[in-house]
Design a protein around this ligand. Structure first.
Ligand code: SF4
Length: 373
């Protein structure tokens, strides 16, 4: 750890740099705990440029915690559509209801109450209370982990439990007596805008002279890289089933990743390990007949399915998903109720319903091509 003189110089330089170079972001105006909370939850796993429009729309629809608590979950999910990681939105909605029920609609201002709310961990609680209320709360997230690892010349993986402890202690020891909100934001801003993972801009960094990693030229080796994530290939199928002007959609049940969202019937087509070729690549399959059986089991409908050329590739956590699109026009049988909530919707109803990103892409193609997928 660095001495008191180093820390004083560091705080001074960071606060000065932040006052001159901070980005103009909507949540930096009128910094209430509610607005900072919304921004912090949106910024988890999502870039600032993407969040700005989502934040403005969300705050316009739900300007207060009471308005958010009173909203229907579908309205909240609809405004979250495109941001992904929908659990964040559901937890925020639940937390807003707790704030109304247990805190008279006022965002709590003590750390223990804030950290108890669904979806809020140590970092988010510290960020809300320091940025909105200038409380002396430390923070530690992706950008600050990298920045601190370089400032401490940490030569082992900063995400290891022991190193995390050291980094939280460092974050706490750096806090100034006042302006903790600006100081914490300056750390994240420097990490995001200057101290990049690859090619940090050390020549224009305000703390260049205080940084042992830059002085020794170790920027490419610190922070030590985490072990690479092993991606798993997954082959999914989505089936667009049309009956006159309506399409078959389902709503995901409680408890899953996409709870509350609507989707076209979607199935995992990975049959088994034998679905991979000798090089370990996923074998492409035409799942038309199997999908027919699955659909009959799940919905009671008998459909004639055809594979189309449309394919969407996307990644979710450690899965690389290839989504093949199928289409079915001939439908017989009656829709039976089951675990997922299947129903028929018009395109206008689909437009208004919250959907996953890939389902929305398909819905847009259906609309724009008059169902020529
Ligand atoms: S000098 Fe370079 S490595 Fe050190 S904190 Fe600044 S940008 Fe990061």
């Amino acid at each position: 750890m660095h001495d008191t003189k180093w820390k004083s110089a560091f705080r001074r330089k960071m606060l000065k740099w932040f006052s001159l170079h901070q980005r103009d972001l909507p949540w930096r105006q009128n910094k209430t705990p509610y607005r900072i909370w919304v921004s912090e939850i949106m910024l988890q796993q999502t870039q600032v440029v993407t969040v700005v429009d989502f934040f403005n729309r969300f705050i316009l629809a739900f300007p207060t915690v009471e308005k958010l608590a009173a909203a229907k979950e579908a309205e909240v999910l609809k405004l979250w559509e495109g941001l992904g990681y929908y659990r964040r939105a559901r937890q925020m909605h639940r937390a807003a209801q707790i704030i109304v029920d247990e805190h008279e609609g006022k965002f709590p201002v003590d750390f223990d109450s804030v950290v108890k709310l669904p979806g809020i961990g140590r970092y988010t609680a510290g960020a809300i209370l320091s940025i909105a209320l200038d409380q002396r709360q430390p923070i530690l997230e992706g950008n600050t982990i990298r920045l601190f690892a370089r400032l401490l010349e940490m030569k082992s993986n900063p995400r290891h439990t022991q190193n995390q402890k050291v980094l939280w202690e460092f974050s706490t020891s750096l806090l100034p007596r006042k302006q903790c909100g600006d100081f914490n934001q300056s750390l994240m801003e420097l990490g995001s805008e200057i101290c990049h993972p690859k090619r940090p801009k050390c020549l224009i960094c305000p703390v260049h002279n205080l940084c042992p990693t830059a002085i020794k030229g170790l920027q490419t080796t610190i922070p030590v890289a985490a072990p690479k994530v092993k991606y798993e290939s997954v082959n999914e199928a989505i089936v667009v089933i049309r009956r006159r002007s309506k399409f078959l959609v389902k709503q995901y049940a409680e408890g899953g990743r996409w709870a509350g969202l609507w989707d076209f019937p979607r199935f995992n087509l990975n049959l088994s390990q034998s679905n991979h070729d000798n090089s370990g690549n996923l074998k492409r399959v035409d799942g038309s007949s199997r999908l027919g059986d699955l659909l009959k089991d799940q919905t009671g409908l008998i459909v004639k399915i055809q594979k189309t050329d449309r394919q969407i590739k996307h990644a979710v956590t450690r899965f690389k998903i290839t989504l093949d699109c199928y289409i079915a026009n001939q439908v017989s049988g009656r829709l039976t109720k089951n675990q997922e909530n299947y129903t028929w919707m018009t395109l206008a109803e689909i437009e208004a319903a919250p959907m996953s990103v890939t389902a929305r892409k398909i819905a847009t193609v259906i609309r724009d091509t008059n169902c020529k997928i």
